[in-house]
Design a protein around this ligand. Sequence first.
Ligand code: NAD
Ligand code: KPL
Length: 303
Amino acid sequence: MTWHILGAGSLGSLWAARLARAGMPVRLILRNRQRLEAYQQAGGLTLIESGQAQQYAIAAELPQADTPIHRLLLACKAYDAQSAVATIAERLAPGAELLLLQNGLGSQDEVAQRLPKQRCLFVSSTEGAFRPADFQVVFAGNGHNWLGDPSDAQPPTWLHELQRAGIAHQWSPDILTRLWRKLALNCAINPLTVLHDCRNGGLIEHPAEVATLCIELDELLQRCGQPAAAENLHEEVQRVISATAANYSSMHQDVAQGRRTEISYLLGYACAAAQRHQLHVPHLQHLQQRLLRHLDDRGLPLN
Ligand code: NAD
Ligand code: KPL
């Protein structure tokens, strides 16, 4: 079955190149005719792995192509997920499966609620990739992909295709726990790296701030029915800070490069969930206000 890939950015290109390399049929869906022509001019997608570049002439099409879509990897940012899916919604076959690769929480439900006849699988990825140029992707960090469906614990039948493509993955019956856990890590680390303008390791100089956020995040996870995601959160945050000390967080990179952040699906989602549950989280709220002010000062979107 053909893998349609919507969002030919870093992760979308990384998945597309590996699937195509393993002989799977893949089609990229590009935003408009201009992008399609630019892609055709480039001659395909280039994957750069361990310093070696290899180009793959993967087929590409526009959202309004008339063939049905049975399997779709949605690989855009969380804030684009809903509008991107809307451009191909009419092509989705009943029973089609979508893999939602977005970080954070909130976008998955926005998409799934609009597609009652399709199956939405949520993916939590720790792989790292970036685009040095259009239609080129650097595989920057080995990681793992957890896939799951909060409304159906049965894995799909095609996971062996990911195996064949060398995409590290695992079926996760508790995908929401994974996504909440990652969201909590991102809330404890990413905004502080932006506000202190530091690498992840720089947070070792701010232990009290990190610890206070972890206490509130722990309470929030408990209140949201995610106690497993809260287990040893502070220790895990400290471990990630040390293990990724030399890295800039994804949010720091977005701000430094003047790109829109996924704040609404990370800290914004956490603060909204706290409000829904009438949980007082003054430090998370203050962090959100400081971050929003920081983004505003730089002319970046606040959502
Ligand atoms: P990206 O910005 O590199 O790629 C997104 C692509 O989607 C862009 O090419 C954009 O043009 C395209 N797009 C958006 N709307 C579209 C539309 N309507 N039609 C067609 N294309 C559209 O983003 P990314 O870094 O690949 O991240 C994707 C998601 O994966 C994010 O939620 C991110 O947080 C998460 N993630 C990324 C990494 C990473 O290393 N890059 C790691 C883990 C998780
Ligand atoms: O996922 C991350 C990110 O940068 O988005 C970590 C490594 C957890 C925090 O920086």
